[in-house]
Design a protein around this ligand. Structure first.
Ligand code: DGJ
Length: 729
């Protein structure tokens, strides 16, 4: 396993436990992609036959060989302007105005450990897990140099990719600089991607690839609710347990674009990276640009294996800090309990009730600072509102800690209301285009985090809050898409850099705060899950998954999220019934079953509950503590899709000693068929006992025969079955 180079054939082979990735420098020094798939132990170059294809021209030097065209050759980092008409990874504008780049192989280097990307989050090595391959390419005319980085995690079937681009002796403008280009020369592929909207993020969609270019993208200045930067290309016949699947996730939180082209010969190319529609980057001679990273994984055993690979790499090699693998406190968040309408008495009333129920942390959401009594004012003024909270944050934190709970706080540092002291003092700090009225959203504007002075102000304000108050948790929110992205700190010719500079600035700020305040648990948020991506998980091991807290809608949102992201990253709460977003009524039990497949907390007015409901919550918290480790670190299996009359999913402990099966009936039927589901991931030879009924089954019976659920009626009933391994054959 690992990285091998065959000097004679100039053949690079990367082998992981189950997969192989291969490329070779050809006689024209073009770095060809040969193979990514199940391990074969062979040189796969034989697959790549060539013939003369009309209207696919030949590069200079290959004019006598009409079958040699960059338009039909699979490449590791395809460029525009040299006869390849498919979607490119790199587009440049040279200082003479020409737009061609022509990259030729120059050499390689293999290093132990995983490369890092300056100023950007990336997958990291916990020690002895990874190797790095760096392949150098160069444009012989312009001197533009590109280094392709491959991070290899052999045991995890993960390969990461990124590119570093250095200009030659002349300035150059990058018009597109993708992180990775992936080629699938043969096969019938489906595209799976995760689209959505506010309150309905990461909806699973699967479509056969047409002869066209499919785009999955965001130009909202954020990862977006609308398209997650995660795609899967899978064999047309692949399902959860069978078939070839290739996953690509971008470690980035700004504008992104993935383009997938099925070309004239059915060959598929996917490029993924920063959205070039809102990007350009000027490099002076000798300057470098590093792209964000793409995580690649391949499974020949279906989507479940692919998801497990993603879960492991994100949980173990993206998330950081003391909470990365630790159990998170059960929290109460006051947002859906009070919205902006609270004072200290109300907050303490909620906190006292929460403590009495066994809740471990109180999170004070939006509205505690400045003149923030609605969403029209106050953002930017990070000083406690003493009219609402006369004891201040110090006093409030003290009272909450005295109840035996931890104390958490909501902030939205990247934003400003025009009605705020900050905006009045520094109107130039917000993104607006000179002479034009801005596009407002939720009455707020975005601060220009590409500027150091803005970041310094925010660092000062947030670090002061964290230093002066006993704060255990921060919810970092972001509540609008960007527009009017214009920085007064950059000249006209560099405005195309602002969005990426913003993202780099955000990472710098987050890095400073999270590395200084290591005791604080950070939770990401962007109007729910609008910035749910691996890069944000590098700074906050959990992200509020959606502003839709309806348990039945959450089934679909959490289902889609589960393809790429581990349950330990999914912020999920029990909220009121009828639900505030959909008006739907669901049983308290069902709401808890769904919220437990996440970081688990409550977000409703506990004081309005009956004594029976309060007692039920005490029971739910005990159940959660019992299963928390299994849920957080177990393997997650989707047992059904979400378009049936029920949804089922399962956790299995890493040592297969126990499992938790979850079922929610979304459409109870009169005199309907039994719900019967085949379980997954168990030890087939072991005997498992249903802890509640005492019934015993072999793992083989539960997986190959299946489990028949009892009849369940009423509105949206749910069931959890805890199976414990009792015997070996
Ligand atoms: C959006 C978040 O997703 C909500 O949970 C809440 O924090 C509001 N913002 C507060 O403005």
């Amino acid at each position: 396993m690992g990285i091998r180079f065959d000097r004679e054939r100039r053949l690079f082979t990367i082998e992981t436990a189950n997969t192989a990735y291969q490329m070779a420098a050809d006689s024209h020094d073009v770095l060809q992609h040969l193979y990514y798939g199940r391990r074969t132990g062979s040189d796969m170059s034989y697959m790549h036959r060539r013939c003369d294809r009309g209207f696919s021209g030949n590069i200079d030097g290959a004019e006598e060989n009409r079958s040699y065209s960059l338009d039909t050759i699979c490449q590791e980092y395809a460029c525009a302007g040299t006869g390849d008409y498919r979607v490119p990874a790199l587009v440049v504008r040279n200082d003479d105005g020409s737009t061609c780049a022509d990259l030729r192989y120059r050499g390689y280097e293999i290093r132990e450990g995983k490369y890092a990307i300056p100023g950007m989050p990336a997958v990291y090595d916990n020690g002895g897990e990874a190797q790095t391959l760096i392949i150098s390419l160069e444009d012989p005319v312009s001197g533009l140099a590109v280094q392709l980085f491959y991070g290899v995690f052999p045991d995890m079937d993960i390969i990461t990719r990124a590119a570093q681009i250095r200009s030659g002796s002349r300035p150059v403008t990058l018009e597109r600089a993708m992180s990775a280009c992936v080629e699938l020369p043969f096969g019938q592929w489906d595209l799976i991607h995760f689209h959505g909207r506010h309150c309905m993020e990461r909806q699973f969609e699967r479509t056969p690839l047409p002869h066209a270019i499919q785009t999955v993208a965001s130009r909202r200045g954020m990862t977006s609710h609308h398209h997650n930067p995660f795609v899967i290309l899978c064999d047309r016949h692949a399902d959860e347990d069978h078939g070839d699947c290739l996953g690509m996730i971008l470690v980035y939180s700004g504008d992104h674009r993935t383009e997938i082209e099925r070309d004239q010969t059915d060959s598929v190319r996917a490029v993924m990276g920063i959205h070039d529609g809102t990007f350009s980057w000027e490099l002076q001679p000798g300057e470098t640009f590093f792209t964000p990273e793409v995580i690649l994984t391949f499974s020949s055993k279906g989507l479940t294996r692919l998801s497990h690979n993603c879960h492991r790499i994100i949980r173990n090699n993206i998330c950081r800090g003391r909470y990365k693998l630790a159990r998170r406190p059960v929290l109460i968040n006051n947002w859906e309990a009070t919205y902006f309408d609270f004072n200290e008495d109300k907050i303490m009333g909620l906190a006292r009730q929460a403590a009495d129920l066994g809740i471990e942390m109180f999170v004070l959401d939006d509205g505690w600072f400045g003149a923030r009594n609605n969403d029209r004012a106050g953002l930017g003024d990070w000083k406690v509102n003493l009219e609402k909270l006369p004891s201040g944050l110090v006093g409030l934190a003290e009272q909450i800690h005295a109840l035996g709970m931890r104390f958490g706080l909501w902030i939205e540092p990247e934003m400003v209301n025009e009605d705020s002291d900050l905006y009045r003092a520094h109107p130039d700090w917000a993104f607006t285009v000179p002479g034009r009225g801005p596009v407002r959203s939720r009455h707020q504007l975005v601060l220009d985090l590409s500027r150091e002075d803005v970041r310094d102000y925010l660092y000062g304000a947030i670090s002061a809050i964290l230093r002066e108050n006993a704060i255990d948790y921060i919810k970092w929110d972001f509540n609008r898409a960007m527009e009017d992205v214009f920085s007064r700190a950059l000249p006209a010719g560099r405005q195309g850099e602002v969005r990426h500079r913003y993202v780099l600035g955000l990472y710098r700020l987050l890095d400073r705060l999270t590395s200084e305040f290591t005791q604080v648990l950070f939770e990401g948020c962007a109007g729910g899950g609008g910035r749910f991506d691996p890069a944000m998980l590098y700074y906050s091991p959990q992200i509020w998954c959606s502003d839709d807290t309806d348990a039945i809608e959450r089934l679909k949102i959490q289902y889609g999220t589960s393809f790429g992201y581990p349950v330990s990253a999914v912020g999920s709460h029990v909220s009121a019934s009828p639900n505030h977003q959909t008006g739907r009524s669901t049983p308290l039990h069902t709401r808890a079953v769904v919220a437990m497949s996440g970081t688990f907390g409550y977000e409703l007015d506990l004081n309005s509950l009956s004594e029976e409901e309060k007692e039920e919550i005490r029971g739910q918290i005990a159940v959660y503590h019992k299963y928390a480790d299994l849920i957080r670190s177990g393997d997650y299996y989707r047992l059904t899709e979400t378009d049936l009359d029920y949804t089922a999913w399962q956790f299995v402990a890493p040592d297969l000693s126990e499992s938790l099966v979850n079922l929610v009936v979304t459409h109870p039927l009169a005199n309907g068929p039994f719900i019967h589901v085949k379980l997954k991931g168990l030890d087939p030879r072991a005997v498992y006992e249903d802890e509640a009924s005492g019934d015993r089954f072999t793992g083989a019976a539960l997986m190959y025969g299946g489990y028949t659920f009892p009849v369940m009626t009423g509105d949206y009933p749910a069931l959890q079955i805890h199976l414990v391994r009792v015997l070996f054959e």
